[in-house]
Design a protein around this ligand. Structure first.
Ligand code: PLP
Length: 424
């Protein structure tokens, strides 16, 4: 019993920590109350292999209805013809797409990690597990983006089976149209990893990759899309490709598809239909306001000549202040939670002490912060990282501002997700 209580105490303290800090990790978010309720519903205990109406288990009457609803809402929200809601993470969504459309030994083109790509796009991650040979796009430091002409040439030379686009450090839209045309010439499938920007795509505040030529959009459902930890696959696929994609998920990579997650996803999809545009709009406004104020305060914010960002993220270079590791650690002591991050000019083989920080505003936006609060948050960054004020003093200021912004908005019922709910 003592061990159980210890674990519970850690969970409670973790709630307190995040409820009193400024959580600005770009890949995280908090859910609405009804979606959260789904996670402790009986769906959590059940199995439902197969498709609605064609299950291998009895007792699936309600999960069938929920899954059909999630499919219908997802197709509506993303205005596409294919969806798979059974994949349980973004990494597995990528692996499923790699398995459906490439064989071991095939080439895939992708960005390198210092240019913002995710580990699943690399040889040491899901791409390598599928046995793919990964060839990196040339990168243009000026536009902080893929070098389009050189990458089109690369695709024509390498003749990949998959042209992969998408990033974890994702500031600006990618050249989907141009690279999709080159992909068609060589018969490659275009997979757009929208894990980070899925909520912005849903809210029509970022490029729509499926309209611009991508065949498949993979994503996580818990970053800018404010749902449960999980994955999703969307696309415009013919019947044969849709079947390949579906079987890569089940029976390929998933047996049971975590039905509590599925129900929470269905609720969040419904809420995104109503609130997604307003939420995405405020995220992007907040990111721009935060970046602008950081720049005015003297931080080196990437992408100044392009308005700093068009997503939920801001990247800053803190090499002159001590480096990403030192500053991320210092900020944490002040109650500001961010992650150190490689910047495009860092050596991808040395990820341990990168030059930068990646900062995301999606969670604070979900809790009601707007441009004015973002400016205040930027000032707290300055007090912590530049003025080197006593972390105890900064933490008090952080607590103060956070107190008024803990309730989740952009869903049907507001609530405080940081308050620990005891069942017994
Ligand atoms: C671009 C990108 N793809 C995929 C993933 C993996 O998502 P998940 O954590 O859902 O497996 C991430 C995670 O942060 C990501 O940034």
């Amino acid at each position: 019993m003592d061990e159980v209580m210890d674990i519970r105490r850690m969970a409670m303290e973790n709630n307190d920590l995040f409820g009193s800090s400024l959580p600005m990790i770009a890949s995280e978010n908090v859910m609405g109350p009804i979606a959260t309720e789904m996670l402790i519903s009986d769906f959590e205990h059940r199995y439902a292999e197969g498709k609605p109406g064609e299950r291998y288990y009895q007792g699936c009457r309600y999960v069938d209805e929920v899954e059909r609803k999630a499919v219908e809402l997802g197709l509506r929200l993303f205005a596409c013809g294919y969806i798979n809601v059974q994949i349980v993470s973004g990494t597995l969504a990528n692996l499923a797409a790699f398995s459906a459309f490439a064989q071991p030994g095939d080439v895939m083109t992708a960005l390198d990690t210092n240019a913002g790509a995710h580990i699943s796009h690399q040889r040491i991650g899901a791409a390598g597990i599928r046995g793919l040979k990964v060839v990196h796009y040339p990168y243009d430091m000026e536009s902080l983006n893929i070098d389009v002409d050189a990458s089109v040439r690369l695709i024509r030379e390498e003749k990949p089976k998959i042209v992969l686009l998408g990033q974890s450090l994702f500031l600006f839209p990618l050249p989907v149209r141009e690279l999709s045309e080159a992909a068609r010439e060589v018969g490659a499938k275009v997979i757009y990893d929208g894990a980070h920007v899925l909520g912005l795509i849903a809210g029509k505040r970022f490029q729509d990759p499926l309209k611009e030529g991508a065949d498949v959009l993979t994503g996580s459902t818990h970053k800018t899309f404010p749902g449960p930890q999980g994955g999703i696959i969307l696309g415009n696929l013919d019947e044969k490709d849709a079947k390949r994609m579906d079987s890569a998920v089940f029976p390929g990579l998933v047996s049971n598809h975590h039905l509590h997650r599925l129900a929470a996803l269905a609720v969040t999809l419904a809420e995104e239909v109503h609130f997604g545009e307003a939420y995405a709009d405020q995220i992007v406004r907040n990111a721009k306001a935060f970046a602008q104020r950081m720049h005015e305060l003297g931080f080196t914010v990437l992408g100044e000549h392009m308005g700093f960002t068009q997503s939920h993220q801001i990247a800053i270079d803190v090499k002159a202040l001590g480096g990403g590791t030192e500053i991320a650690d210092l900020l944490e002591r002040c109650g500001i939670i961010v992650n150190k991050n490689m910047l495009p000019y860092d050596d991808p083989k040395k990820p341990k002490n990168p030059s930068g920080l990646r900062i995301g505003v999606q969670e604070l936006t979900r809790c009601g912060m707007r441009e004015r609060e973002m400016e205040r948050v930027a000032e707290l960054f300055k007090e912590a990282a530049m003025d080197r004020k006593d972390p105890v003093v900064v933490r008090k200021e952080v607590n103060e501002i956070r107190r008024g912004y803990r309730r989740v908005r952009y869903c049907f019922n507001e609530w405080d997700p940081y308050k620990y709910v005891k069942l017994v």
